[in-house]
Design a protein around this ligand. Sequence first.
Ligand code: HEC
Length: 118
Amino acid sequence: MKLTITLFLIACSFCTVCVAQKNKVTYEFPPEMKDAVRADYIKQWEKGKVLYEINCAKCHNTVEKRRVIVPDFTPEQLRGYELRVTNAKHESEITETAVSTEELGIIMTFLSYKKKNK
Ligand code: HEC
């Protein structure tokens, strides 16, 4: 019984660590951005992160030393609507029905302001 409780507690603390890591702040906004604007951007950024995970991550994320890496796209690569037609994979996968133009914009906010990989 004691062992069961001990194992349960170890599992709990492990989960807490994982959740804490997942919630680590990984965005970077320009320091001159006003607080009210920043609050709005943070909300958008978080929404964009979820949309990215659903629509883009399967093709673009890589794993390095067991860490999931979201690529650093350049501003030139993040061209909004044009992204739909940059290549055949995008043409078939990022259709207007799969990802609306508004959602694509929100995903761009996430990719533009995420912390860069080292
Ligand atoms: C079915 C796979 C697939 C999906 C889903 C996908 N992509 Fe791509 N994407 C590719 C491939 C293949 C390329 C070209 C090679 C590369 O740059 O990795 C590419 C290229 C890109 C580029 C670089 C474009 C350039 O002009 O250099 C960006 C930015 C990008 N994708 C963003 C996204 C975003 C945002 C999403 C989600 C809305 C997404 N991709 C979904 C496969 C995919």
